[in-house]
Ligand binder design. Sequence first.
Ligand code: C2O
Ligand code: CU
Length: 497
Amino acid sequence: GVLGGAGLAAAGCGPAESAGQLLVSGAPLPEPFTVPLPIPEVARPSGPGRYEVTQRVAAAEILPGSRTEVWGYGGTFPGPTFELRRGTPVTIAVRNELPVPTSTHLHGGVTPPGSDGYPTDLVVPAGHSTRHGHPGEVHHQVVKDYRYPVEQRAATLWYHDHRMDFTAPQVWRGLAGMALVRDEEEDALPLPRGERELPLMICDRSFEEDGSFRYPQAYSAHGGAHGGMHGGMHGGDWLGLDGDYMEGVEGDVILVNGAPWPVAEVAAARYRLRLLNASNARRYRLQLTPGGRFTQIGSDSGLLAAPVAHDTIPISPGERYDVVVDFSAYPVGSAVTLVNTLAEGMQRNVMRFVVTRAARDDSAVPATLSRPPRRPRPVATRTFDFRRTGESWTINAKPYRPGVPLARPRLGTAEVWRLTSDFHHPVHLHLAHFQILARNGRAPAATDGGWKDTVDVRPYEVVDVLARFDGHRGRYMLHCHNLEHEDMAMMADFEVI
Ligand code: C2O
Ligand code: CU
């Protein structure tokens, strides 16, 4: 078909259900729900308002009994969780000891442009000069101070690599982690906290026979500035994906916090789950079996005004849902499985909770959660069309060109951005938070509420969002968060003036 349907048919999913091409592992895979759920370490500051994190190559035991080389912030996958407080600015010094350049984006952050992870604003490997990168502004630095003012509301954010053309393979290797912003409004709520607040980074991967990550990449044999450091695959020049992976890459192993189909023991009490879809291309429709509800308390950009109950939660790459699940609704001894109803077979499983004990629970989900900023009145309307053009993915028929903004909104104003598409494109705006006004002219879904920064625009859909351009002037991006689409040029600059 037009979108390379042969492969999709082989994977047993039509394009309406799937967003990518399944890549089957060579390694033996564990039984689901046998590996304990890990919780990423919380990053510790090196001084007041300052963190230092080194991106490096490290070994991880992801599949029991085998070794996977990861590229991690702090050498871990996921990277450490940053606990941030509204009103307390931080500087995170990122040092690059990987064999490739990087750029780090705090996804959902209201960040000045120089720290926003612009795709050519590179941090190059320590001890190397680079000839990677693109014409235009290429900064050569081995350590970069990313400055985050953290003036925004409490929210579930995450961070990941954003290098031009290479984001998908570099995130696949492990360059992602979570960041939680807290504030006084949230502190005052009786929500579950401590051990009953779980960050859950969900992503999929495939594995080679030897346990290393499998990714359908083609690098030139002798190529980049760093070729040979860790073998051709890591060091050579990226040649791109072949056409079979135009839709994006899906792994056959579902990881939560870097563990395959993990299991977590929980008390019969309320838990706050910070759900993040950090997959390159896979979409999920999350559901609890045998039955159960998610009480949504927050969206991408912070707490909702009031909780909303859902039976299922659709979550596309880049999106976050902040939910409470009450495990006291299940008898002690129950297994409660988080599944993805969009997938079949093993990929249907995400993780399992086992209710192991009765417990006292002082938490509650109040009927009023927060006073989110109101919808401002828009001053302009613009259309952005996300579509395949020849062999690349484009916005308004243009492949990404750094430094060429497609829009110049004014600081302190709001605009309606109409997003249209030919496929599933999870559209993400840097800097600007938005509300979904309409899908195909009709009211958005119950799961579309609140302020967001990423929205799944479905095939042939027209999604109207109201975006606020607050905080900083300068150059930002909008792009598809299917990371293969992003690397295949589905990105554009906008400039806040
Ligand atoms: Cu999460 Cu521009 O990305
Ligand atoms: Cu896309």
